[in-house]
Ligand binder design. Structure first.
Ligand code: SF4
Length: 437
């Protein structure tokens, strides 16, 4: 993991929604914060913005899932007219996504939106861009609101004179597999940002999305080396969750591990709640944010399994999401052969055996129950452990536990090893041994 790249900070939100800092670590003209903010999670509503009730309900759902910032599309005036009421009824910073008509941006700013997203490919007229910049500068009681400049691969429109320039830049980037495309993105950014700089406007985030993970990695790496604005990462048109997840996580994970990226949006052709859930899991997995709720470790099962572990794991996942708020580690392991070693460090763990499960809490065996009782008892122990953590009686991960496996024919009983042992005439059960350190 590389340290986070310092950037100028931007701030999204107001006193009512709370303010989300994006980027940081490089003081701005106002003496901004000295450290980058945690990577924030964004998503976008899938319904019509002018359908106020549905839009508000969707924003509430996405906020409950953990979104830090929610974006809404404002293609028509009826959408920007709805914004003021939507802002009144929601409590998360809202970004207006503007395409094609600069007046939608100005209307959104007047409605009180917290950030604007502009696309150089479809709002390029200098006077129109200037009008949007001036509106954003004067918004929020004169403190201004930021603008994201998004040069998505799909919306770059080549113009005659710019083509020539892009080709020239393409030679500069010829060492890249995607040199020509990168050159266009960089050229678009440079010329677009120049408009903002000329008006002394620096509250900018940059995105350069593509549907190709390698292009995304190369584009953001180049942009990070050339500009000091915070970066909004994303793979666009990534597809349904089932395949888009891999494409998004490989690109965004690579960049984030390299210290690049300040806010992310995973985009799926699926319910945007999945975008938020997977975005959070990505930053949690990389240790870029403190986890909220339990972390579930579960074995993939193999020929040793003797309980319905897939169903159990899904049930445990749902229950933990609903009832556990502290970031405890919970392990659901199929047996005691490899399970103990793989569950090392778990606060609460169950090791399944012959239609039974042994439950441990920080190394202490607390129960040996039948398969049908595993779920309820495990959750009971998780909730009791959470209560003790919140009361300050125990600390998460405090007791590191080494469990010395295995117990092929011990108190859990064990499938084919047990039968094989019996066939070979071995009868003495070895005990499951817990060793604390
Ligand atoms: S924990 Fe046991 S059942 Fe699960 S994969 Fe490992 S050996 Fe197989």
């Amino acid at each position: 993991m590389q340290p986070r790249r310092p950037t100028r900070p931007i701030f999204v939100g107001d006193s009512r929604t709370g303010i989300v800092q994006i980027g940081g670590g490089k003081p701005d003209a106002r003496g901004g914060p000295s450290a980058p903010a945690p990577v924030s999670i964004q998503t976008m509503t899938a319904g019509y913005t002018h359908d106020i009730d549905r839009c508000v309900a969707e924003i509430h759902k996405l906020t409950a899932a953990g979104a830090d910032i929610v974006r809404v599309a404002v293609p028509e005036k009826k959408d920007t007219l709805a914004l003021r009421e939507i802002l009144n009824q929601t409590s998360v910073p809202i970004v207006a996504d503007v395409h094609f008509h600069f007046r939608r941006a100005i209307e959104a700013v007047e409605a009180g939106v917290h950030k604007i997203r502009l696309n150089p490919g479809n709002i390029a007229d200098r006077e129109q861009v200037n009008a949007v910049i001036d509106a954003c500068k004067g918004a929020n009681g004169g403190r201004g609101i930021p603008i994201r400049v998004g040069v998505n691969e799909g919306s770059i429109i080549e113009r005659r004179d710019k083509q020539k320039r892009a080709k020239e830049l393409g030679a500069v980037f010829s060492e890249h597999q995607h040199g020509y495309l990168l050159a266009i993105m960089i050229a678009k950014l440079e010329e677009y940002l120049e408009i903002f700089y000329e008006r002394d406007f620096y509250d900018i985030a940059i995105s350069a999305k593509s549907m190709s993970a390698p292009v995304v990695i190369d584009a953001y790496t180049e942009i990070a080396a050339r500009f000091d604005h915070p970066l909004h990462l994303g793979v666009t048109h990534a597809g349904p969750k089932e395949t888009g997840c891999i494409r998004s996580v490989v690109a965004l994970g690579t960049l984030l591990a390299g210290g690049i990226g300040d806010t992310i949006r995973i985009s799926y052709a699926s319910d945007p709640v999945y975008e938020v859930e997977d975005g959070l899991e990505l930053v949690w997995s990389l240790g870029l944010r403190e986890r909220k709720g339990a972390e579930l470790i579960a074995c993939p099962t193999c020929g040793r399994i003797q309980v319905d572990l897939f169903t159990l794991t899904q049930e445990v996942r749902k229950k933990l999401a609903a009832e556990i708020t502290v970031p405890m580690k919970v392990a659901v392991m199929g047996c005691v052969v490899n399970g103990p070693g793989e569950a090392e460090g778990a606060d609460v763990a169950v090791f399944a055996g012959d239609r039974r499960g042994i439950i441990y809490v920080q190394g202490e065996k607390v129960a040996n129950v039948a398969e049908a009782e595993i779920l309820d008892r495990l959750l009971e122990e998780c909730k009791a452990f959470q209560t003790r953590v919140l009361a300050g009686e125990v600390k998460l991960g405090e007791k590191r536990v080494d469990i010395v496996p295995p117990d092929p024919i011990g108190e859990l009983g064990s499938g084919w090893e047990k039968m094989a042992a019996e066939r070979m005439g071995r009868g003495d059960p070895t005990r499951l041994t817990i060793r604390e350190s």
